[in-house]
Design a protein around this ligand. Structure first.
Ligand code: RIB
Ligand code: CA
Length: 328
């Protein structure tokens, strides 16, 4: 069994990614640490608990950072306000509730029966568990990298003890989904991302380009999920309600993309990777239009440590097959 720790800002796509790990037969999820991002921390914890409940599993959940390392963090509920905030080039970070719903789970009334999570903070849990399982932990990050950066700052030795870290974050092709330059997870906490990317952690970066190119579910794929007729497949589609409405508004078709699930799927089965390069990735922490940009050094101009496996192409077929298999 592969030992996984998941770090998430549990919103509607994180939840599907968590389900894939919980349901994968060769994977043991040791624990889930939560960070503010899509939604504030408390809501992210609730969403993580309700996801574990619907999977009928028992995994401990640890409270992590309520805000980025150095930036303030505010809730924004409407797309207009979020767009205005980003365009103002404010240094303050903001939630993605305009994309995933105020509750982060499509605002369809998902509630968690338990409120039992571990008071032992996420950072101490990460440090303890990684030190107790040197070379055995696969870490999958689905949100801003604040918890991971705090853990590395507190105990730098952990970055060489983690077997591999899969990061949903950044983009390999320069596109952005928050600003023209930045993907949300990196934009929220670029300082944390810089610490993680500059560490000697062995990383796989699954950028948002993989999501919009190879993990965009349209009418046909959604129908395939619905035809499974299972509560997990229906849950996975139902909680995308706000994102579906946004996709219709943005791209004029019915569907949604799944950045965290394709990252998790790649962590569970590397054969989903079709093209990748080991490169150095620079994170822009300056305020302004390029804040949070992941600059991929394709021509090794900086001559720095190529510790990041940058995924530039992945298999939509294999990803869909895993979704249909595990949610059936
Ligand atoms: O940019 C996509 C990422 O931001 C995903 O992890 C999504 O859940 C949000 O956290
Ligand atoms: Ca996420």
């Amino acid at each position: 069994m592969k030992k996984f720790i998941i770090d998430a800002d549990t919103g509607s796509d994180d939840a599907v990614a968590i389900l894939l790990a919980l349901l994968h037969p060769q994977t043991e999820v040791l624990g889930i640490t939560v960070v503010s991002g899509n939604v504030p921390l408390a809501q992210g914890i609730t969403n993580t608990l309700s996801t574990i409940e619907i999977a009928e599993q028992d995994v401990k959940v640890y409270a992590g950072a309520e805000k980025p390392l150095v930036r303030d963090y505010i809730e924004i509920h409407t797309l207009e306000e979020f767009t205005e905030h980003v365009k103002s080039l404010s240094p303050v970070s903001a939630s993605a509730q305009s994309v995933h719903g105020v509750d982060g789970m499509g605002d369809i009334g998902i509630v968690s029966k338990s409120s039992k999570y571990e008071e032992t903070g996420a950072v101490d849990y990460l440090i303890k568990t990684i030190n107790n399982n040197p070379g055995e932990i696969t870490l999958v990050t689905l949100g801003p990298l604040t918890n991971i950066a705090l853990a590395i700052k507190k105990d730098p030795s952990i970055s060489s003890k983690i077997d591999h870290c899969y990061v949903m974050g950044g983009t390999s092709d320069g596109t952005g989904n928050v600003s023209a330059a930045a993907e949300f997870n990196i934009w929220v906490d670029p300082e944390a991302a810089k610490i993680v990317f500059d560490s000697d952690l062995q990383l796989t970066m699954v950028g948002w380009d993989n999501s919009y190119k190879y993990a965009m579910l349209k009418e046909d794929e959604i129908e395939q999920l619905r035809s499974l007729n299972t509560k997990l497949a229906d849950f996975s589609v139902d909680i995308q309600k706000v994102l579906i409405n946004l996709t219709k508004e943005w791209y004029d078709f019915y569907g949604f993309d799944l950045p965290d699930p394709i990252t998790m799927a790649i962590a569970l089965d590397n054969s989903i990777i079709e093209e990748s390069q080991d490169l150095h990735v620079i994170v822009d922490t300056r305020d302004g239009i390029t804040r949070g940009q992941t600059i991929v050094d394709y021509f090794d101009i900086e001559d720095k440590n190529k510790n990041v496996r940058v995924i530039t192409k992945s298999s939509n077929d294999k990803f869909m097959n895993m979704l249909l298999d595990l949610l059936s």
